[in-house]
Design a protein around this ligand. Structure first.
Ligand SMILES: Cc1cc2nc3c(=O)[nH]c(=O)nc-3n(C[C@H](O)[C@H](O)[C@H](O)COP(=O)(O)OP(=O)(O)OC[C@H]3O[C@@H](n4cnc5c(N)ncnc54)[C@H](O)[C@@H]3O)c2cc1C
Length: 207
């Protein structure tokens, strides 16, 4: 709820966010209030890692508020697995956020580290066992070409880098930077290309 409220305040609709040097907006988190409520030393005792991180930039969050904005913290996956981390696609093993069901509808704090240690180990063991028996076919990128062909046949014009299952939470300016890095902007996306000044950041004219 807090995140939704912060995002709403910073949205184009309300436009109440504090501008940052990076062109984004955020809100001030009143961290000095924590010591005022719970007593001196509480913040440094309870949040030592965060204090250290901010100390590195000469910001004392006990005395100064922090400029914050919510980001995606965890995705409750969705791919069903069995106790050996196998999905229903032979050879596709899953652990971590991509898997579903381990945490129910929400994850308890800190349980992701536990999750990927336990299931990451299982995946490794199971996949290496599986690899011993599997016969590899010929590797190719034909599926990518086929996918691009299907998109063209269906008249779908998209600047997505690859098929995505989950919505992108990446802000537009960061996405432009990613596209520029990949040098992957097709000629038809003239607006994107002109905004980042193609050459596309890789020293070559993008195709
Ligand atoms: C700010 C923050 C703080 C957190 N703090 C805690 C905490 O204190 N305790 C806790 O338990 N959990 C915490 N979490 C959650 C935890 O870190 C994550 O749930 C965990 O790292 C997820 O691990 P994963 O292996 O499932 O996914 P990821 O760590 O996201 O690994 C996925 C990997 O796949 C790669 N990848 C993605 N797409 C492709 C592709 N198409 N081809 C090839 N590679 C690809 C990515 O680059 C990435 O390396 C925190 C998360 C955040 C964001």
């Amino acid at each position: 709820m807090e995140s939704a409220a912060i995002i709403r305040e910073c949205s184009d609709v309300r436009n109440m966010g504090v501008d940052t040097a990076y062109g984004r907006s955020g809100v001030w988190l009143d961290s000095p209030l924590i010591d005022m409520i719970h007593g001196e030393g509480y913040t440094r005792h309870q949040f030592p890692g965060m204090c250290r991180a901010f100390d590195n930039y000469d910001i004392d969050i006990v005395k100064q508020p922090m400029l914050i904005y919510p980001s995606l913290h965890y995705q409750n996956g969705g791919i069903e697995i069995n106790e050996r981390c196998e999905s229903n696609i032979p050879g596709l093993f899953i652990a971590g956020e991509a898997s579903g069901g381990v945490h129910g509808r929400n994850r308890l704090m800190g349980n992701s580290v536990l999750d990927y240690n336990v299931f990451g180990r299982r995946v490794g063991k199971q996949a290496s066992e599986y690899a011993k028996s599997v016969k590899l076919g010929k590797l190719s990128l034909e599926h990518v070409t086929a996918y691009a062909g299907e998109m063209t046949d269906q008249g779908i014009d998209s600047d997505l880098i690859s098929p995505v299952i989950l919505p992108s939470y990446t802000p537009e300016d960061v996405r432009l930077h990613q596209l520029a890095r990949l040098g992957n902007i097709p000629a038809r996306h003239s607006i994107l290309r002109s905004r980042i000044g193609c050459g596309c950041g890789n020293g070559k004219e993008g195709k």
